[in-house]
Design a protein. Structure first.
Length: 207
């Protein structure tokens, strides 16, 4: 299992944010990068795809050193779902494995939540959220008999962002999600790639 697709993704995403801070650009081009990442399901280490019987899990895979973006694997056990919640920053959701149901909510004049579009997302598909394009949703595993996994990217260190869950009457409850893991995958050790390259022999390097 090689982490190189994830390394390429975070490097390309940092490059995208260097070129443009505009959310429209970031979501449009970032969605293409994420679609390419989730097109192949051969790079996510098992430790970051481990479900919990109690509730869905979110594992931090990478956080930009300036917290301009974070990359998280969401792992849904059979039948698990999030509460209705917001993000307060832009986010991209790409399905890697299984399938998810995304339910959007709008705020009515009286403050209650009204269910909007409902979509089923399958591997390779990418969805976007933000206060501009719609920030309140609930995500569920589409399956009751198997695990689903999605890769999310947010415009902040999302596990540290103060946001809210909502009941259907629109009453907000603040929360900070944190992460399920205390260790991150090592994206940056490329010695295995170097060892595999025939031109890189020690003798050649020291002569
Ligand atoms: Fe969400």
């Amino acid at each position: 299992m090689s982490l190189s697709p994830l390394r390429t993704f975070v490097t390309d995403f940092a490059g995208l944010l260097e070129r443009s801070g505009d959310e429209v650009d970031v979501l449009a081009h970032g969605a293409q990068l994420l679609a390419a990442l989730v097109a192949q399901d051969d790079w996510l280490p098992d430790d970051f795809a481990e479900p919990s019987p109690e509730r869905y899990r979110q594992y931090l895979l990478h956080c930009d050193s300036l917290a301009r973006f974070s990359v998280v694997s969401f792992v849904w056990g059979p039948g698990q779902s999030t509460p209705i919640h917001n993000h307060t920053v832009w986010g991209l959701v790409g399905v890697l494995r299984g399938a998810e149901i995304s339910e959007r909510f709008d705020v009515a004049d009286d403050g209650a939540l009204v269910r909007g579009a409902v979509e089923q997302l399958t591997p390779g598909q990418v969805d976007a959220v933000s206060p501009r394009v719609g920030d309140i949703h609930r995500v569920s595993n589409a399956f009751t008999d198997r695990v689903s996994v999605s890769i999310h990217v947010y415009g902040a260190n999302i596990g540290a962002v103060e946001r809210a869950t909502f009941d259907r009457e629109g009453r907000a409850k603040p929360f900070i999600s944190g992460y399920a893991n205390s260790r991150l995958p090592n994206l940056w050790d490329q010695s295995a790639n170097a060892a595999a390259a025939p031109a890189l022999r020690v003798g050649a390097l020291v002569s």
